[in-house]
Design a protein around this ligand. Structure first.
Ligand code: NAI
Length: 447
C-alpha cells in the first residue's frame, strides 16, 4: 500500500511535523562531520555556488542533510530526491524543508513515488546533478533520446513533454561504484552528453566509505533486522572488492566461525585468501552458510541453484547498489509463500519446508535496516561532493569542453580533504626532509 505523503510548494515528504526530531539529528551528524563544517563555513563567506541549482538523488539521511547545508551555505538552490526507496530518514526530510531545501523523499516509497520524486528534481532544471546510482542522469538522457518506458511516463506527468532538461546541466557527480560503471559504459558508447565527476573513484571515497562505512553499517543492518548472533556462524560474502572486504573483515571481528568469500576475479580471491578468508564458489558456500551478504554490483549472485541447497533459516541480504544481486523471482518461484517475520525480514517457506530469510527486500541492507554509513565516514565522501560542486562551477568552461567523459575529481581536492580529516582527528603527519624530497623526486640520486 502506498505511504500517505504530505505535499507543499517545495516538497513531498512523509510528515512535516517531524522537523524538531530532524533538527536534533542533524546537529548530531554535524558534530561528527568536521571537514564538511569547515567547508560550509568557508562557503558562507565566499558563496561559490550562488545562483547554482543542484539536483541531488542521494540516500536522504542525516549525513546528506549536512551536504545540503553546505550547498545552501554556498548560495545554491538544492533539490533532493531519494536514491533508494527504503533509505530515507523521514525526520530529516522535514528538517531539510525547514532549512529551504526542496525535498521529495519518504521511507517505503513505491515505484510511482520514486520516479515522481526524480521528476520533481529534473523539473528544477539543475545545473549540477549529484547521483548515487546514476538514476537522474540516466533518465535525463533517456528523455533527450526521446525514449519512453514506464518510468519516463511517470516522470512526464511531473515535467510535461519537454525533453531538453539535460541541456541545463553543466556537469554531474556520481557517488557509487555501480553508477560509475553505468556512466563509463555510456561514455564509451558516445551516449554521455556531459562530464561526470567520479566521486566514487577518489581515494577519500572508496578507501573509507566503501570499506569501513559499508563494513560496519552492513553488520549493523543485519543485527537490527535479525538480532542474531554472528559469533559461531558461517558468514559468506559475495565479492571481495572495497565493500565486500569491509563486510568480511567485520564479520570476522564479530567472531564468525568461518568467513567465506566468493569471487570471480583472481587478485581479489588471492587477497581474500591471504587476509584469512576461505574462497569457494557460491554453489558450495550456499550449502553451509548461516548468513550470505552480496556486495558485487552484479546480478543473480544468489539464484535458483543456490536457494535449492541452502540450510534452513539461512539469512540472505545485499550490500550492493541495486536489488538485483539476489534473484528474488527465483526465490518466489521455489517457495510456497512468505511471511513478514520482523521489520526487514521476509521469511520464505520453500516447497521442502526449509525457511529462508530475505533481509531488507534484497536492497542495501545497511541503508534499509540501519542508517547507512556513520557520519564520520560520510564526512569524507560528502566533503568531496561539496568541493566537486564548487569545482564544477569554477571550471564550467573546461568541463563543458570535455563533453561526455567520466573524469576524476582533481587529486588536490582529494588530498585537501584527507589533510583536513587528519587535522580534525588529531593525526599528525611526518614531513619529508629536503634531502628526502630530493631523493624521492630525482632518478639521479640513490642506489
Ligand atoms: P568493487 O568493484 O571494488 O568490488 C566488487 C567485487 O565483486 C569485485 O572484486 C568483483 O570481482 C566481484 N564480483 C563481481 N561479480 C561477482 C560475482 N558474480 N560473484 C562474486 N564476485 C563478483 O566494488 P565496490 O566498491 O565494492 O562496490 C560493490 C557494490 O556495492 C556496488 O554495487 C556499489 O555501488 C555498492 N556500494 C554499496 C555501498 C553501501 O552503502 N552498501 C557503498 C558503496 C558501494
Amino acid at each position: 500500500m502506498a505511504v500517505q505523503t504530505e505535499k507543499g510548494d517545495n516538497y513531498e515528504i512523509k510528515d512535516i511535523t517531524l522537523k524538531e526530531d530532524g533538527l536534533k539529528t542533524m546537529e548530531w551528524a554535524a558534530s561528527r562531520m568536521p571537514v564538511l563544517q569547515i567547508i560550509k563555513n568557508r562557503f558562507i563567506k565566499e558563496k561559490p555556488l550562488k545562483g547554482v541549482r543542484i539536483g541531488a538523488c542521494l540516500h536522504v539521511t542525516k549525513e546528506t542533510s549536512q551536504l545540503c547545508e553546505a550547498w545552501l551555505a554556498g548560495g545554491a538552490e538544492v533539490y533532493l530526491c531519494a536514491s533508494n526507496p527504503l533509505s530515507t530518514q523521514d525526520e530529516i526530510t522535514a528538517a531539510l524543508v525547514s532549512k529551504g531545501v526542496n525535498v521529495y523523499a519518504w521511507k517505503f516509497m513505491d515505484s510511482e513515488g520514486y520516479y515522481r520524486s526524480i521528476g520533481n528534481v529534473i523539473k528544477a532544471r539543475p545545473h549540477i546533478t549529484i547521483d548515487d546510482g546514476a538514476d537522474v542522469v540516466s533518465i535525463m538522457h533517456k528523455l533527450k533520446r526521446g525514449e519512453t518506458d514506464e518510468q519516463v511516463e511517470i516522470i512526464k506527468k511531473v515535467i510535461g513533454e519537454s525533453t531538453d532538461y539535460i541541456d541545463s546541466v553543466w556537469a554531474g557527480a556520481e557517488e557509487t561504484t555501480t553508477g560509475i560503471i553505468r556512466l563509463q559504459a555510456m561514455s564509451d558508447d558516445g551516449a554521455l552528453l556531459h562530464p561526470i565527476m567520479a566521486t566514487n573513484s577518489s581515494p577519500c571515497k572508496n578507501m573509507f566509505d566503501n570499506v569501513y562505512g559499508t563494513g560496519q553499517s552492513s553488520i549493523d543492518g543485519i543485527l537490527r533486522a535479525t538480532a542474531d548472533l554472528i559469533a559461531s556462524k558461517v558468514f559468506v560474502v559475495a565479492g571481495y572488492g572495497h565493500c565486500g572486504k569491509g563486510v568480511a573483515t567485520r564479520a570476522k571481528g564479530m567472531g564468525a566461525r568461518r568467513v567465506i568469500v566468493t569471487e570471480i576475479e583472481p587478485h581479489a580471491a588471492l587477497q581474500a585468501t591471504m587476509d584469512g578468508m576461505e574462497v569457494m564458489p557460491m554453489t558450495e558456500a550456499a550449502k553451509i552458510a548461516d548468513i550470505i551478504i552480496t556486495a558485487t554490483g552484479c546480478k543473480d549472485v544468489i539464484r535458483k541453484e543456490h536457494f535449492e541447497v541452502m540450510k534452513d533459516q539461512c539469512n540472505i541480504g545485499n550490500a550492493g547498489h541495486f536489488n538485483i544481486e539476489i534473484n528474488i523471482p527465483d526465490l518466489e518461484e521455489l517457495s510456497t509463500g512468505k511471511t513478514q517475520i520482523r521489520p526487514f525480514v521476509e521469511q520464505y517457506t520453500m516447497k521442502d519446508v526449509r525457511k529462508i530469510n530475505l533481509l531488507g527486500e534484497g536492497r542495501l541492507i545497511n541503508l534499509a535496516a540501519a542508517e547507512g554509513h556513520p557520519s564520520e565516514i560520510m564526512d569524507l565522501s560528502f566533503a568531496l561532493q561539496a568541493l566537486a560542486s564548487e569545482y564544477a562551477v569554477k571550471h564550467k568552461k573546461e568541463l563543458s569542453e570535455m563533453g561526455g567523459k567520466v573524469v576524476q575529481i582533481p587529486k588536490e581536492i582529494d588530498d585537501n580533504v584527507a589533510i583536513l580529516k587528519c587535522e580534525a582527528m588529531g593525526i599528525t603527519l611526518d614531513t619529508l626532509t629536503p634531502e628526502q624530497e630530493k631523493y624521492l623526486s630525482s632518478w639521479r640520486v640513490g642506489t
